[in-house]
Design a protein around this ligand. Structure first.
Ligand code: R5P
Length: 293
């Protein structure tokens, strides 16, 4: 068999198949059984080669998906493979510092756990912060921005303006705007660290009236940030509001809340499978993974 194997984790079977096809690699399924107490049991459906690329995003059920990634890595490493973990949505990336006294820097722990499980390199997408990346010995952080901007260019937007819901996303939205050949603005968002409640300053800092506004974020989780930002843009007279992101977690009724806030369309990458996964990352992931061996 080929020395290169792609293992399809239970959270990302389709994406794994596409990555394997780009690399002309053997594809092995990681079969999953979940016991009544919630424990995962993994069985690889075939042998693995000397180089192994595991594809497993860690969207909800987050801890189970993370544990499954580690179980697959352990099995491949024990079989003598060098392991690259492709984790397009890497959970815990937002826990990159102790915001309140006593909090755990969980992304540092995740990095150590993956390493202990036998992972020698990681590929991820739009990781939340540089601070988080610093905890990984060997990691490639792919930007989804070029692919999102390419998609946006075909959306028939009228006088578009790119908008970040917060200052933290300013560099991201600047790059998006540059590629779309338009201008951008970053809103001022604050989050109550105890309740999680989000507030967006109504002062936009740009004239959006009559323009199509594209909100660009790394992830949409509860939808709170996009809902508040869309409200501000609508009040500011924006024509149509769109939401684009790398990771559409869209927990609970987030998608309907976003639509109710006047957002025309949600566009995300296929880092997380689902109906909003419209932008394909597989080629970029395959190229990044193979370059890490
Ligand atoms: C925060 O800084 C991130 O960039 C996202 O804006 C945030 O995580 C989105 O979460 P939610 O949808 O729950 O507001």
């Amino acid at each position: 068999m080929s020395d290169l194997t792609v293992v399809a984790g239970p959270s990302s079977p389709e994406l794994a198949g596409m990555v394997a096809a780009h690399l002309d690699a053997a594809l092995v399924q990681a079969e999953l059984r979940v016991f009544s107490d919630g424990e995962s049991k993994i069985r690889l459906a075939g042998p693995v080669g000397e180089r192994c690329i595991i594809v497993q995003s860690t969207h909800p059920p987050t801890d189970s998906h993370l544990m499954q990634a580690m179980m697959i890595a352990r099995k491949c490493a024990d079989a003598g493979s060098k392991v690259c973990a492709v984790i397009p949505y890497l959970a815990y990336a937002r826990q990159d510092k102790a915001f309140l006294e006593g909090e755990v820097v969980s992304i540092a722990l995740v990095a150590k756990l993956l390493e202990a499980a036998g992972v020698s390199s990681v590929v991820t997408v739009d990781m939340h912060s540089q601070a988080g990346l610093a905890h990984f010995a060997r990691i490639k952080n792919i930007s989804s921005i070029p692919l999102l901007a390419q998609h946006a260019a075909g959306m028939g937007l009228a006088r578009p303006i790119a908008v970040s819901p917060d200052a933290g996303g300013a560099a991201r939205v600047e790059e998006f705007a540059r590629l779309l050949n338009t201008d951008f603005v970053a809103l001022k968002k604050t989050r109550d660290r105890t309740t999680g409640e989000v507030t967006v300053d109504p002062e936009i800092g740009a004239d959006v009236s009559g323009r199509d506004a594209i909100l660009v974020d790394d992830m949409i989780s509860s939808g709170g940030s996009i809902v508040k930002a869309a409200g501000v843009l609508k009040k500011g007279g924006a024509a149509r509001v769109y939401a684009m992101c790398a990771h559409a977690l869209l927990i609970g009724d987030a998608a309907s809340k976003i639509q109710a806030a006047g957002v025309q369309e949600i566009v995300a990458t296929n880092s997380i499978p689902g109906k909003y996964a419209r932008v394909d990352l597989s080629k970029a992931l395959a190229e990044a993974a193979i370059s890490l061996f």
